[in-house]
Design a protein around this ligand. Structure first.
Ligand SMILES: Nc1ncnc2c1ncn2[C@@H]1O[C@H](COP(=O)(O)OP(=O)(O)O)[C@@H](O)[C@H]1O
Ligand SMILES: [Mg+2]
Length: 241
């Protein structure tokens, strides 16, 4: 996520440079516009209002029509250039919007903080493991209490719950006795506590610390990444596993 965000800022920065150049050019064009000259012509005509025909026939007046025509041409050129610059400016702003929208869609896949009921997330993660749990004959016991909603990145919480429930299922499969996984939800000192208990093989005391290490596994087809990445995800959420 951080890498994506840095890249996005870099791209937006580049486009903002073009926006800045366009805006400066436009400002300069408007500042040096020849539109003031129309006012001067107006003042001149007003000053000769009593004898306009005489003025227009005189040495200054006889070039007025030509001058106005030329000025109209210059002003039209000014307008066209401004429109062109504005089009470029709008295109660049549009481009920035696209970059930001793309970043937002990335963020939706992860990093989006939502206010959620933890029960719904626990149910989702049980549902994601449903096939395997019933295939291995594992009984699920739900021990839920009402808890306040939490503000979390749903994807991180799901990642943790799915990993832990999957581990519980493996542990039951490796065990010999009863196969039960209990999920307990409690409010705990301003936070929410989710516990997953299983009646599986259990964890040897000397492994209790090691199970969070990257690559630690006791399973033949294990990878030892699940608890490590889950602990990191919990930390990123401001919680613990
Ligand atoms: N519910 C559990 N019961 C017994 N052992 C567990 C349980 N959960 C995790 N472990 C132990 O922690 C190790 C690491 O788990 P994890 O990081 O998920 O990797 P993996 O599942 O690939 O082995 C497991 O190999 C196992 O030894
Ligand atoms: Mg695992």
């Amino acid at each position: 996520m951080a890498e994506v965000a840095t890249n996005v800022l870099h791209n937006v920065g580049n486009v903002l440079n073009s926006v800045n150049v366009s805006a400066s050019l436009l400002a300069e064009r408007v500042r040096t516009s020849k539109c003031d000259r129309l006012g001067q012509v107006g003042a001149l005509l007003k000053a000769h209002a009593a004898d306009l025909a005489g003025f227009l026939a005189g040495p200054q007046g006889k070039h007025l029509a030509e001058y106005l025509q030329e000025l109209a041409g210059d002003l039209a050129a000014e307008r066209d250039a401004a429109v062109e610059e504005l089009t470029a400016l709008r295109g660049n702003v549009e481009h920035i919007k696209e970059i930001v929208a793309m970043q937002q869609s990335y963020a939706r896949r992860g990093g989006l903080i939502e206010t959620l009921d933890i029960r719904a997330l626990v149910e989702d993660s049980l549902r994601m493991n449903e096939g395997a749990l019933s295939r291995h004959g594992v009984t699920i016991i739900r021990d839920y209490r009402d808890v306040p909603p939490i503000e979390v990145d749903k994807h991180k919480v799901l990642q943790i719950l799915v990993n832990v429930i999957r581990n519980a299922k493996y542990a039951c499969h490796e065990g010999t006795g009863e196969k039960t996984v209990t999920v307990r939800i409690r409010a705990s000192e301003g936070s929410v506590l989710v516990s997953v208990f299983d009646t599986g093989v259990g964890i040897a005391r000397e492994n209790l610390e090691r199970i969070f290490s990257h690559g630690f596994t006791t399973r033949a087809d294990g990878h030892g990444f699940g608890l490590h990445s889950s602990a990191l995800a919990a930390k990123a959420l401001g919680g613990t596993l």
